[in-house]
Design a protein around this ligand. Structure first.
Ligand SMILES: [Ca+2]
Ligand SMILES: [Ca+2]
Length: 408
């Protein structure tokens, strides 16, 4: 999920609460008193009621284990309900990529009114579903892979979608990049390169719910890595990263001919993309309409060396507003409180612990809903909550079960 446009406050405003007694009704459930609950909707300034128009919104109200849904619109709704404490939530869609939500709670022991302020959230249709980067045994690091899923209800096109990466470094001291990162400007090829899906716009569709596997090297690593490995077979990957010899004559990378290559937009490594993200992250972005990423990456005004150094390595700086999805991982051996962020707070809130090395495990996004066999994934810009750490990831496997809520 990207950006909360209209920030804010899920206000439990004006919850006319008044607790009268909690006396048990001697007449039993049949005789439980009922009161009117008036639910009103509020929106932050920049989201006008007109924008809501006739969009269908759903009000869910629950008391204990009971939950019911009713339609609600800008006029609000009045419900006659048995007394009790209710949790209220409103959800709906403004457009394919913009959803609305809000919540409140109310104690209904006399006629009461609740006002729910709606927050407008722009959800990225394309997100990382899984990242496998725990690496193999004896320094084997070529087996990383990434899954990208279409988490929306519309066909999405991968053409031109770019990936950047932070990799390596324990990052327990503030990076020279930190002041820029906090402003939402990210060095895109710290992890080796900026890569992109090729295509002119509509060559690589991804159906709703469909995912692809992007391998660093599209080969069977279980036979290539030293004995005792738990590395994946990536010979069936959909895409691979090939840091081609057209870029550097001394490339150490191998092109596995059966699997199409990502385009390399800009690079600082001649070998592996996003080699080891024990502590680091990956992000996905798309240039605005009409902006060619190769031209952007060739424009010196978009390039920087590591601040405070005389280094000759130039990185392409990617603005946050182009970012679709950002995920960061942390080395579990490090104290969380000593780590510094890789992304601005609105793109990414907290890191998910990396999987154990040579475990065959990775981090995978939580399934929050399954409808007609299709999984929907959690995306709240918080990797710690959105991802499950250290779980077996079978490249391209489908998920059909809702995952339990994360522990608090
Ligand atoms: Ca490769
Ligand atoms: Ca290839």
């Amino acid at each position: 999920m990207k950006k909360v446009f209209v920030t804010i406050l899920i206000a439990a405003a004006a919850v006319a609460s008044v607790l009268s007694s909690c006396q048990k009704n001697p007449e039993g459930e049949e005789g439980v008193k009922k009161y009117n609950l008036t639910v009103k909707l509020a929106v932050a300034d920049s989201l006008l009621f007109e924008d809501l128009g006739d969009k269908s919104l759903t009000l869910s109200y629950s008391k204990g284990a009971d939950s019911k849904d009713v339609p609600i619109d800008t006029a609000g709704v009045i419900l006659k309900l048995p007394q009790g404490t209710y949790s209220l939530s409103v959800s709906g869609k403004l457009s394919p990529s913009v959803s609305l939500s809000g919540a409140a709670s109310v104690e209904l022991y006399q006629d009461a009114e609740a006002s729910i302020e709606l927050t407008q959230i722009m959800a990225s249709p394309l997100i990382f579903r899984a990242i496998y980067s725990c690496c193999g045994i004896k320094g084997y690091t070529r087996d990383n892979f990434f899954e990208i899923v279409n988490n929306s209800d519309e066909v999405q096109y991968l053409d031109g979608v770019c990936l950047g990466c932070y990799s390596g470094a324990n990052y327990t001291s503030a990076s020279a990049w930190l002041p820029l990162v906090q402003k939402g400007l990210y060095p895109g090829d710290v992890g080796g390169a900026i890569i992109a899906f090729p295509g002119s716009g509509k060559e690589h569709p991804l159906e709703p719910g469909q995912a692809i596997v992007l391998a660093n090297d599209a080969t069977d690593h279980s036979t290539k890595a030293p004995a005792g490995n738990n590395c994946p077979d990536l010979s069936g990957a959909d895409w691979e990263v090939y840091i081609g010899s057209d870029l550097k004559s001394n490339t150490k990378d191998t092109d596995y001919a059966d699997v199409p290559n990502m385009e390399v937009i800009h690079f600082v490594s001649n070998d592996v993309w996003c080699q080891s993200i024990q502590n680091g992250g990956a992000f996905m972005f798309r240039m605005p309409e009409g902006v060619d990423v190769k031209k952007f990456a060739a424009d010196s005004t978009n390039l920087m060396i590591t601040p405070g150094t005389q280094a000759q390595t130039y990185y392409v700086m990617i603005p946050s507003e182009y970012v679709l999805d950002a995920v960061s991982l942390r080395n579990t051996a490090k104290d969380e409180s000593t780590l510094f962020p890789f992304f601005a707070s609105w793109d990414e809130v907290a890191m998910v612990p990396q999987a154990t090395q040579n475990s065959g495990n990775g981090v995978r996004r939580r399934v929050v809903k399954v409808e007609n066999g299709r999984a929907y994934y959690q995306d709240t810009n918080n990797s710690k909550k959105d991802f499950i750490s250290n779980v077996k990831i079978v490249p391209g496997a489908e998920y059909t079960e809702v995952d339990p809520e994360p522990e608090a």
